[in-house]
Design a protein around this ligand. Structure first.
Ligand code: AMP
Length: 304
């Protein structure tokens, strides 16, 4: 079963305690697509400027990602700069230059409209909504967002959230969105906004999932030589939704548990190198081996 992603394709400038990189291929859609294509065909919708390097386009193409929905517009590619603190848990956004995203309106090629699993990756909620309006009865729609959109486009975000099945956000965003001070209460509250599954990403502390039936929680896989956390959330989403798509798109609680383990495994490869480098080199068998490592990390015996 195929995946459709709309989000940013970006040139990122990243500084972490482990190093520095300028104008590296990034963006929410790029990370998601490179992760998801390890599981299922991925069709990407985004825009880049005329300055977007041919090498970066080729890298996405070589991964087998369908770029028919990637528009090239006059102007500059979206650029984002971030600097991580010493512990890499926190980062400051240094700049966000929307460039061609200012005037972008997604137009889905005809063969994108029937795709059953959709990720509305981090991007302006109005653009997420425009994509949702062009797809025909998808089986699973997921959405990711960030503090910026909760701040400045809250009504539009709540509107699009009403039409999604699964919502990814981090713990601070969950508090910001609900105005509550407890992440658990916030995740439960967000279920009343529309999504049936709320996935709270907690960085090195892993992921916390709330559905109508209860909780599921998994720690992050311990990566000792952390290089660059950028894209961890997007590639987590790519592993999770890629796994669900590869199994026919069902999202019952048992499938969600296994999918979270896949997201956890994929994200651990992303953060172990700079930019998308850790992802492009990894194949499905290494991801599956890491899923077994995640299981081994968390298993224990319950005495009868
Ligand atoms: P993550 O580390 O999972 O939060 O994702 C980082 C990626 O999000 C980077 O590659 C950025 O290019 C991209 N990004 C940052 N800000 C925005 C934004 N306002 N809209 C869309 N993508 C963004």
């Amino acid at each position: 079963m195929s995946l459709l992603v709309v989000g940013s394709v970006a040139l990122d400038s990243i500084e972490t305690p482990a190093g520095k990189r300028d104008n590296a291929l990034g963006g929410s859609a790029s990370y998601f697509a490179i992760a998801g294509v390890r599981y299922a065909p991925v069709h990407l919708v985004a825009v880049v400027g005329e300055d977007f390097p041919q090498l970066d386009r080729a890298q996405l193409q070589d991964q087998g990602i369908d770029l028919d929905g990637l528009q090239t517009a006059p102007g500059t590619t979206f650029r984002w700069g971030g600097r991580y603190h010493e512990n890499m848990n926190q980062r400051d956004t240094l700049f966000t230059e929307l460039g061609v995203f200012e005037a972008f309106h997604p137009e889905l090629p005809a063969h994108y409209r029937q795709i059953p699993v959709v990720l509305l990756a981090n991007i302006h909620p109005n653009l997420q909504k425009e994509v949702l309006e062009q797809v025909r009865s998808p089986k699973l729609v997921a959405l990711d967002t960030m503090n910026l959109w909760i701040d400045i486009t809250r009504p539009a975000l709540l509107d699009v959230l009403g039409g999604v099945d699964l919502f990814f956000l981090n713990d601070e965003e969950a508090l910001q969105l609900t105005g509550l001070s407890n992440v658990l209460t916030a995740a439960k509250e967000i279920l009343s906004y529309g999504p049936k599954i709320v996935v709270v990403k907690r960085g090195e502390h892993g992921a916390l999932v709330r559905t109508a039936h209860g909780w599921f929680s998994l720690p992050a896989f311990p990566v000792e030589d952390l290089q660059d956390p950028t894209g961890a959330g997007d590639s987590f989403a790519g592993g999770m939704l890629g796994y669900l798509a590869s199994k026919g798109g069902a999202y019952d609680d048992e499938s969600i548990r296994t999918a979270v383990a896949h997201g956890t495994a994929v994200a651990s490869f992303t953060v172990s190198r700079f930019g998308v480098d850790g992802l492009v080199d990894v194949d499905r068998s290494r991801i599956d081996a890491r899923v077994r490592d995640v299981w081994d990390l968390t298993r224990f015996n319950v005495e009868e």
